[in-house]
Design a protein. Structure first.
Length: 254
């Protein structure tokens, strides 16, 4: 199996938890992207690695057309369900490196929680092909905070239980090498704070949605779930825990 297919298959059997429990994105982030790209009813926005359509559903509220591209069958099936009935939205089975879109057709490319899975060299060539002149790419990551006592303990828990968390952290450079991707001095970096509040079941579901964590059929799942519940009970307030994110945006021309 190729490296690209392995990356696509990482999310097999995770679509349900991903769709229900992954965080959304700050409203201020979406406002900023929309305002700074001069979009209108004639614009075409493409989200690459759209997953289950969490962000796509919000992007479809903008005027213009949205094409959501997702190569994983299970994730794309959820996206189709999420976006059905939205006349301005289309879901495609394709990849960031081969979108199947027309030359010079796209007004904005958005990659949310997905860019680290792409082949950056091949993706850049494809992005340059489909983007209209002087149009931009927006790369977004929700980065878990590790500032409160719970967040620090949760990060330790993730490291202890993960299947290949270190490998994922190495690949999720989250902007460190984007100087080589964007046109020189053409991109900006912004950060938005995003707080989420979870019950234990929501925290467990979110944890199981991570591609680097044991899946539903893994033998350590019962013990892992028990340890997570103990952690939740220690730090929760009225059966709710706070887990915050620093949402990073990197946006510019190629």
């Amino acid at each position: 199996m190729s490296a690209a297919n392995k990356n696509i298959d990482r999310f097999n059997f995770r679509a349900e938890n991903y769709d229900k429990f992954r965080p959304g994105y700050p409203h201020a982030l979406l406002e900023y992207i929309y305002k700074h790209n001069k979009l209108n009813e004639n614009s075409l926005v493409t989200e690459l690695g759209a997953g289950t359509g969490i962000l796509s559903f919000e992007l479809a509220k903008w005027p213009g057309e949205l094409i959501a591209i997702e190569p994983n069958d299970e994730m794309r099936g959820k996206a189709v369900d999420t976006l059905k009935g939205l006349s301005n939205c289309k879901v495609l089975n394709a990849t960031a490196e081969k979108t199947t879109l027309s030359n010079n057709s796209v007004d904005l490319i958005i990659c949310a929680q997905s860019f680290h899975w792409f082949n950056p060299g091949k993706a850049k060539i494809e992005f340059q092909r489909i983007l209209k002149k002087n149009k931009k790419v927006a790369i977004i990551w929700n980065i878990r905070s590790a500032e409160t006592d719970f967040e620090k303990a949760y990060e330790d828990f993730i490291v202890n239980c993960a299947i290949d968390y270190i490998e994922v952290k190495r690949r999720e450079f989250r902007g460190n090498n984007l100087d080589q991707f964007f046109k020189s001095d053409s991109y900006e970096e912004k950060m938005f704070i995003y707080d989420t509040y979870l019950t234990f079941q929501q925290l467990l579901g979110r944890t199981l949605s991570y591609s680097y964590m044991p899946n539903l059929d893994h033998p350590i799942l019962p013990a892992m779930s028990n340890d997570l519940e103990m952690l939740f009970n220690k730090y929760s307030n009225k059966e709710i825990i706070s887990l915050s994110y620093k949402t990073k945006l990197f946006m510019g021309e190629l």
